[in-house]
Ligand binder design. Structure first.
Ligand SMILES: [Zn+2]
Length: 427
């Protein structure tokens, strides 16, 4: 089906002068200039693309590309479908430890918020992160990123948020930087999840904790260049809009992009705040008012849908039809975390987005490629197959992109390329 997937790897692809071709029976470009209402993914049958120095130089029909340059080396020939590498826009990937015991309690009828109140949940992960070294967290994260790559993922947003004090948050972010420096893994976008939960030593004083974050920890983390984005968990049993606003405003003033967890359990006005601050995404949104949806649409804030978490929690889906009708861009993330989304699989999230949320396959794929890249500030780097972007690709052992959301639980990426080089291959 696919010949010589390793031929695109081995180092030479980053040689700025080296050019080679990849041919595909079916190429899903996600290029808006090729898309139409009948073909939202901009698919080219019997396609070829030219890779030069790890970037896409040309895209077109096989005859057109190879006819111009019959001698061009074919580095990879895909008999199935090729898509942009998947982009996971929401993960808590640098977690430590396991919360399997807590999961078992919850499955037996325990309540998530009650478990958190009893010292489980995020605080349990906090203890594991605080007990680990930077190197240990980086090693766990690298292994996780390697497994994500094998599922077709070439870019991952990774949040801190399990340290809950300055040194431990920095430690998580430094581990993200360490793992993110490895070009053989997916590219990593670091987010400082500044307001996630209260550590026990905060004594329940959320306002004082948020004030310390805004005045002290955040400026230091921003000055160290450890995060590109800020995030805050704004919800009934998390932080309020009034507590989150000064932190997010300060982060914006320091040049960080804003993202926020909003409306997972209750609508407390988080979507409106995300819109007011020009956030890149508002994530979860199981609970959001029509006014909140309008505000997101007017401000151009994307909705990051996290169906694995609502599946785990047996929640009703977000109002996808209303978000779609308002023109809010839809993203799909894995929400990989040890509590509510115990998975590393973005393809699983895509499957659930279609099955539970009613996304079309095209919406799900765009929400995990082009739209996700845009919302991570990677719109000019990856997320589509078009000239000028990096050659980040997933070669699937599947005849059609619709099948990406179907064989649940089985990795079906044959080869995964970042910068034109193979970073994961089946077998
Ligand atoms: Zn999350």
């Amino acid at each position: 089906m696919t010949s010589a997937p390793g031929a695109a790897g081995g180092g030479p692809a980053r040689d700025p002068g080296r050019r080679s071709a990849i041919v595909a029976r079916r190429l899903v470009t996600c290029d808006p200039s090729r898309a139409s209402s009948a073909d939202p993914l901009g698919v080219i049958e019997d396609a070829a693309l030219v890779v030069r120095g790890g970037a896409v130089e040309a895209v077109g029909g096989r005859q057109e590309i190879l006819g111009r340059e019959p001698g061009l080396e074919i580095a990879l020939e895909a008999g199935g479908v090729v898509t942009p590498g998947l982009v996971d826009c929401h993960t808590h990937a640098p977690w430590m430890g396991s919360r399997d015991a807590e999961y078992a309690v919850r499955m037996a009828g325990g309540d998530y918020e009650a478990i958190a109140a009893a010292g489980g949940g995020i605080v349990a992960s906090m203890r594991a992160v605080r007990a680990a070294t930077t190197g240990e967290i980086a090693r766990v994260l690298r292994a996780r990123l390697r497994r994500m790559a094998a599922l077709g993922v070439t870019a991952v947003e990774a949040k801190s948020g399990y340290g809950l004090d300055e040194a431990s948050e920095r430690k998580q972010l430094e581990a993200i930087a360490e793992a993110g420096g490895d070009a053989r893994l997916p590219r990593v976008v670091p987010t400082y999840l500044a307001l996630h939960a209260l550590p026990p030593e905060a004594g329940g004083d959320r306002a004082a904790y948020a004030d310390t974050v805004a005045r002290s920890w955040l400026p230091a983390i921003a000055a160290a260049g450890l995060a590109r984005h800020i995030d805050a968990y704004i919800d009934r049993s998390a932080f309020s809009v009034d507590e989150a606003r000064p932190v997010l405003e300060r982060a914006r003033a320091l040049g960080l992009g804003v993202r926020a967890h909003v409306g997972q359990f209750a609508d407390v006005g988080g979507a409106e705040l995300a819109a007011e601050l020009g956030a890149l995404s508002a994530d979860h949104l199981e609970h959001v008012s029509p006014g909140g949806i309008d505000a997101l649409a007017r401000a151009g804030v994307a909705a990051a849908l996290l169906p694995v978490a609502s599946f785990t929690l047996q929640q009703a889906p977000p109002p996808v039809a209303a978000l779609r009708a308002a023109g809010v861009p839809l993203l799909v993330g894995s929400d990989a975390n040890p509590g509510t989304a115990p998975t590393e699989s973005l393809p699983l999230a895509l499957a659930l987005a279609v099955r539970l949320y009613g996304l079309t396959v095209a919406e799900a794929i765009l929400g995990a490629t082009r739209e996700a890249a845009r919302a991570l500030g990677l719109g000019e780097v990856c997320g589509a197959v078009r000239p000028g972007l990096r050659a980040d690709l997933a070669v699937w052992d599947l005849p059609h992109e619709s099948a990406i959301v179907q064989p649940w639980g089985a990795p079906r990426a044959l080869a995964v390329l970042r910068d034109g080089e193979v970073i994961a291959a089946a077998g």
